[in-house]
Structure formats: structure tokens, C-alpha cells
Design a protein. Sequence first.
Lengths: 256, 303
Amino acid sequence: MSGISLEGARPLFRKEILRFWKVAFQTVAAPVLTAVLYLLIFGHVLDKHVEALPGVGYTSFLVPGLVMMSVLQNAFANSSSSLVQSKITGNLVFLLVTPLSHWAWFVAYVGASVVRGLVVGSGVLLVTVWFAPLRLAEPWWIVIFAALGAGMMGSLGLIAGLWAEKFDQMAAFQNFIIMPMTFLSGVFYSVHSLPGAWQAVSHLNPFFYMIDGFRRGFFGVSDVSPLVSLCVVGAGFVVVSAVALRLLAIGYKIRH
Amino acid sequence: MPAVRFQNVSKVYQGTRGTLRALDDVSFQIEQGEFFGLLGPNGAGKTTLISILAGLARASGGSISVLGHDVVSDYAAARKVLGIVPQELVFDPFFNVRETLRIQSGYYGVKNNDAWIDELLANLGLADKAGANMRQLSGGMKRRVLVAQALVHRPPVIVLDEPTAGVDVELRQTLWQFVSRLNREGHTVLLTTHYLEEAEALCGRIGMLKLGKLVALDKTSALLAGRASTMLRFKTDQPLPAEIAAHARITGRIVQVKAHDAAEVEAMLATLRSAGVKVEDLEIGRADLEDVFLEIMQEGAAA
């Protein structure tokens, strides 16, 4: 069959949204609370001692990083946990027997991941506005990097969900890859404050560009040019999506 | 055009302990409007064959088409005309029955399907469960939902993979009445089951799989007629003479032995009498599908 068919993508997308929305306390409220706790504790301890960017208080500096971290982690969690749960409980069969193309699967799963990421990110932003003044210097970067970053993480979640056969494999992926890469991407600090070698290492981390470009939208300053970040994140999105689409097309670990 | 055509289908699993040939060059076709039974012991390859038909697995060789649509190269069209009731009792715990059926309709591009969903619910005895979460349903009720899910898009070809395993009598009756009605209305039905009396009662034609090979394929009536026609059944507590024990099927106290004609029955009774075996509840009856099934399965074993 040739061409891209998206028939059936919309109901799957809607189902994926409903799936997390029905347990929003766990999928939206909990990550917002976690981010706010980070902000309160680190902001309280470090606000008087650290000026990460010139003229920007540490609590204010922290807000965009925490928002983006929440966007990325929740976008990943949505597609990955949905797929791995369906695989393990066996109800993925309801989807496998349908005429949905691999493009429809991709668009629905990644689309729902982006929505979950943006909902949680907006929640974090709304709550943290109470603790630090909000600046929106170049807001278009906020939208672009949030959407692209969430899309890339939703795709990565798809790959992880297809690959993992058990919940502990998924937990390992999350704890040993996603968590360190987000934490070491400059959520809590400007990479300019790091020693030279670590600065270089940070530049190899794609998450660094997502956070840096996203933060640019708030303060109008960034560690690297937002266009460079856009290229890196855009290329990352394309590569990860291509892999996810390929795995879906061959039915990797789902059609035996 | 046949409803389903299996052409030289084979499936080989490469495992750490070597290769397993789950399906070996299986070819047959099911005509439109048929009620077809696929029988075979556990591990014969029935579910593998149905998985390939449904797109859940890929064949190592050969091809399958549904109403002329190849299940690989034209999968979307093939899956639209196919409704599969899976063997495993699976469900999505996030949704209630109606939501589950609406979502499933959406996957097939069927919109505003509530009238048909209500009809399905009524016919499957689920009308009062529409708002119940899937988690709250009993096993039998979950099984009914599985059947409804397979039928939301009104598929012309319906596949039921052991739908009555572990199901109570009431649901079995409900299910068979409904499926028989669909069959009368023109739907093709492919059924796998362990309950041979069901297959005998429902299926017009039967295929039998054994160790991945198709070992029998005929009209149910022809299968029954072409084999041993008479069965001698009795109960006893005593050991049987060797020449009878070798051919007998023994279930607890019940002994069943195949006989081709009255003379053979007489000879057997004489043997039992001379061996001093006390026989109760003696009856002579027509062979049923179970007898034929066992005979066919044993033929391969002896060969």
C-alpha cells in the first residue's frame, strides 16, 4: 500500500488523551507538585547565593527549566507507559487487528504525548508564577521548543514502549537514560557555570538544546544561539521519529 | 471469491532450542457464508494460523487473503472485513463497556455507531452493563464484550478463537444463537473450539490441524459418515482384554470402542464375556465428531 493513511488516528489520539485524563491526579497533578517542590526547595536554598543569568534571580531562572523538564518527562511517560501497559496486559490486540497504518499509530501516540507534556508544563508554569515574576521576552521560542521537545520525547517513548517487555525495563530506560539526561541538561544551572570539560560534554546532550532554546523564550538570553538549538532539536525529532515509524512499520516486538 | 484463502502458509519459530515448525504448508479456503470449524489439539497451530490471518503474526511463507485482500500487502482492506474474537480474556481497564465499543468503532472509521452498539449489547446480554467499567465485569461478561468488540464494524468475516473456553452454559447458548443468526444473514464464520459437540452442531465444514499440518478437510457430515460409524459404549470396573483395550477410549469407568458392523460388535461382546468382564449400561451408538477427531489424531501418531 502506498501513501500515508491517517484513518483511525483521531479516535486513537482521543483514546490516548482520555487514558491519561481519567487518571489526571496521577498523570498531571503529581508531576506539577514534584516540579513545585523542586522550585520551593532549590529556590529557597539558592536564591540568595546564585545568579545563573545576569539580572535574573535563581528562582526565576529555575522556572523555565522545571517547566521544560516536566514537558519532556511527561511526554515520554505518556506514550511509553501506554504502550508497555497495553503490551503486558494484552489489550494492544484491539489495536493490532485494526486497519490503522503505522503513520496513524505514530501521529496518535505522539500527538497525545505532546498534549500531556504541554498540559503538565502549563500546570507547572501556572503554579510557579506565584513564586517568581514571569518574563516572556521571545515567546515564540517557548511554543516551538515545547512542541518539538515533547514530540521528540513522545517518539522516544514510543520506541521505549515497543522495546520494553517488562515494567522494570521501562523503569531502567526512564531512570538511567531520561532522568540523567534531563537533569544534566542545565535545568538547575547555566552550563556557563560549569568547568570547560563539562561544558563540552553538556553540548553533546540534546536535552541541553531543548532547555536552552526554551529558556531563551523567557529571558531573551541563552547559552547558544536558539537557531543552533532549533537545528539540533529539529534533527533529533526527525531521527527519533524516523526510527519510531520504522519500528511501527515492521511491527517490532508487537507482530511476531 | 472465497471469504478466506490460505495458500501454502508456513510459520517457523527460531528459538534457542532450535526451530519449531508451527505451520507446515497449510492450504485451504473458506467460502463466503460458510460456518467453518478449525479443530486440533493444543499446539496444532490453530491460533498461529488465526494470528497470521489477523495480522498479529507474520507468515514465514505463503499468503492469506480475506475476500481477495492480501493480509500483508493490502492489510487495511483485509482487516476492515475481518472481526476477530481473541482467545485471551483481555480488556482495557480505563474504559467502560460503551466507551470501549465506541473507541473500537472509531478505529474502523465507523462513526455514530450507537444504534448497532445497542443492538450488540442487547443480543449479547450486556444491555445493563453499558456503563460498567471493564474491571467490574465477570469473566463471562468480559468475554461477551470481546465478541461485541469484534463485531462493531459489522465485518462480513468473523473469526472466533475458542470463544467458549471456560464459559458458562448460558453464555454459550446466547453466543451460538447470535453467531448462528449472523451466519444465516450471510456472515462467514471461522470457529476454533475444543468443544467438539459444538463444532459438530454448528459447522458445515471442518478442517483439522495436527502439528502444523492440515490432516482433514471435509463437510462435517462426510467426516462423520466416512469414518467408523458405530461405537460400542459401556461401563466396567474390571481390566479389559488386551485386544479390546488396545482400541478402546477409556474415560474413568466408561469404555468406548469403535466397531464397523454388527458382527464386530458381537465378536467384541463375546470376547468380553469369555474374559469374564462384567459390563453395565451397554449401548451401541453412532460415532460423533469426537470419535472422528481422535481417530484422525491417532492415525498420525501411529504413522
